[in-house]
Design a protein around this ligand. Sequence first.
Ligand SMILES: [Zn+2]
Length: 298
Amino acid sequence: MKKTSHLILILILGLISMNMNAEGTKNKEKRVIVICAHPDDAELTTGGTAILLSRSGYKVKLVSLTNGNKGHHEGTKNEIAIRRYNEAQEVKKRTNCEYEIINNEDGELEANLKNRMEVIRLIREWKADIVITHPSYDYHPDHRNTSLLVQDAAFLVNVPKILPEVPVLIENPLFLYTRGRYVDRQKPNPDIVVDITPVEREKACIIDAHASQIYEWLPWINRSNKIIPDTQEEKIEYILKEYVLTRGEIKEKDRPVVEKWYGNKAKEVKTIEAFEICEFGRAVNDQDIRELFPMFSK
Ligand SMILES: [Zn+2]
């Protein structure tokens, strides 16, 4: 008899603790990590969403898997890496985001075991609820390999015997790809569309921190003869036009997705960032997505 009541007590305590854990998971501070190849990629692809999530209470971390040391036509590799590191520090100052640059050579990123472990470590240590990366089909080999590394981590991040020194997460994160500029292998519609209209200028402002790229390297590599403006105000206008508004245009295929997530506010949406779900991570329903993206109408 005594043994039975003991067992019942253990059972009740177990149920209470399970309930508390479930509540703890639900109410815990949410965290997103954007893992890209170069300093500036996260800002260009996900900057608006990162700002909005940060404002809604998320802890946001931006990661570059390379030091970006080939991303300029002038100066030594070391000078370029230092300059780009300082630009990332400027982004940190202009946002609430953490920023980490992993010291891999630009243009030489491989989807190897060492880098896979690094990505698993980053996701677990950040205790990410959402992981965002490049689409698998993209122009730069570092982008493609970053995407592959994150896809490889999407399953293995849950396997405790892989990297046992960093504990696995309570829940598998949602893994997302940013919108590609190339259509091959992409779904007909994005899964998630975030309205970044209210933070267009803030997005332009964090892109502006990457002066070596936006005003020097990208015009050079793209053989652009557009005049780079002098004043700060004109520079923000330039970035808005060249990088935020054009890349954030709502395409025909985005319309139903905007309407799905924003309901009767869909008409006010002008500029977006679009994402696709990577099926190797957490499987989510619409309710889960609304919980992860508090900006969507309930
Ligand atoms: Zn890049």
